[in-house]
Design a protein around this ligand. Structure first.
Ligand code: NAD
Ligand code: DAU
Length: 350
């Protein structure tokens, strides 16, 4: 892998993965980050990387649903591997308006696959990042394995399921060398504060309501983003072509418990609320998300036993690191919350 195309590299996981590859891993090639810079993409998160790795890191603002612009990137940078993160990723937005999810997650993935196929044997690996949400909801115990049947419940997960099937089909039909990973809920630095953990940290700091959907007993299997990055790189190096790998953090936790932990940590780290009460008093139960999946839990035995990967963070250590990051990076937080990063993007990229 000399010229690795990373799509969606200005988003939460993409930023962490690019940092991991350049700063911590044994990857020696060039990274070409293609991102449309939607509300969720913030290239400011990689300003220092752009400066420190000017001969190995390149940013191109492009939309993966525009095949022609992508084609130019494939040829100009002689792309030989792809790690595909770019997606519309927020379930609530997919319920409010599904069309961008269809365009980016399905059509965008199709474009990348076609461009890879058209380049014959030049593409050595197409790694597709997917989600455990394609498997639906685990109501009666058990775990998602790589052979669990697909049963997506939201427009977001249906669009991701569709992209997974396309990626798989391009391997079976056209022999494109692919791998797929389906992972559980990520958390950590640089996550856009529409997702549960950063939203709750920032609302709790601002002394505003902490909205919990339904009864708060829905369960997610939390994966610290750096553990996700090591898993992806492990698969890209050692995974078997054509295979799927599940990645989970072994941290099943109810939403209410997650939010209570955030409140309790903040009460200790920054002190209690202005009225001297615990931040738990900010918890507010609100209407449930339509089609809200009850429980996700990943069996990651395959990647652990076959490829030797292990997550290193417990939910407690990962959550503390995350809270600390949001406390120490108020410039990033303020930019994102105020929308100022969008002005910056306009100035830099038009
Ligand atoms: P994110 O929303 O933070 O970032 C998505 C990035 O993709 C943004 O930078 C955005 O600008 C870019 N993008 C969106 N549409 C694009 C388009 N048409 N062309 C080019 N770029 C575009 O998402 P994330 O949380 O970093 O998720 C990354 C990937 O991981 C997604 O495929 C998502 O489905 C998957 N995933 C995420 C999680 C999670 O918990 N965050 C868990 C499992 C899987
Ligand atoms: O499981 C992997 C998926 O995790 C990824 O594929 C998605 O891209 C990612 O967004 C995430 O989806 P979720 O819907 O699980 O994440 P979210 O942070 O939106 O919600 C986590 C849980 O918290 C979920 O049960 C809904 C609940 N929730 C969320 C928000 C934003 C609340 O109770 N209140 C909230 O305000």
């Amino acid at each position: 892998m000399k010229n690795l195309l990373i799509t969606g590299g200005a988003g939460f996981i993409g930023v962490n993965f690019i940092r991991y590859l350049l700063e911590e891993s044994d990857f020696e090639g060039r990274i070409i980050n293609v991102d449309k810079l939607t509300y969720a993409g913030n290239p400011e998160s990689l300003c220092d990387i752009e400066e420190s790795y000017e001969d190995r890191y390149f940013f191109v603002k492009a939309d993966i649903s525009d095949k022609d612009s992508l084609s130019v990137v494939f040829d100009k940078f002689e792309i030989d591997a792809i790690c595909h993160f770019a997606a519309e990723s927020h379930v609530d937005r997919s319920i409010a308006s599904p069309i961008e999810f269809i365009r980016t997650n399905i059509l965008g993935t199709y474009n990348l696959l076609e461009l890879s196929r058209e380049r014959g044997g030049r593409i050595r690996l197409f790694h597709h990042i997917s989600t455990d949400e394609v498997f639906g909801s685990l109501e009666d115990g058990g775990y998602f394995t790589e052979s669990t049947h697909y049963s997506p419940n939201s427009p977001y997960s249906a669009s991701k399921a569709s992209s997974d099937h396309l990626v798989r089909a391009y391997n079976k039909t056209f022999d494109l060398p692919i791998t797929i990973s389906n992972c559980s809920n990520n958390y950590g630095p640089f996550q856009f504060p529409e997702k549960l953990i950063p939203l709750m940290i920032l609302n709790a700091l601002e002394d505003t309501a902490l909205p919990i959907y339904g009864d708060g007993l829905n369960i997610r299997d939390w994966l610290y983003v750096r553990d996700h990055c090591t898993a992806i790189w492990t698969i890209m190096q050692k995974g078997r072509i054509g295979e799927t790998y599940n990645i989970g953090g072994r941290n099943e936790t109810q939403n209410i418990k997650v939010v209570e932990m955030i409140c309790d940590y903040l009460d200790v780290i920054v002190g209690k609320r202005p009225n001297r009460e615990s931040r738990r008093g900010l918890i507010t139960f609100v209407a449930d998300r339509p089609g809200h999946d009850r429980r996700y839990a990943i069996d990651s035995n395959k990647i652990c036993s076959q490829l030797g990967w292990m997550p290193v963070e417990s939910f407690e250590t990962g959550l503390l690191k995350t809270i600390k990051w949001y406390l120490e990076n108020d410039a990033w937080v303020n930019n994102v919350r105020s929308g100022e990063y969008l002005t910056w993007i306009k100035e830099h990229y038009g």
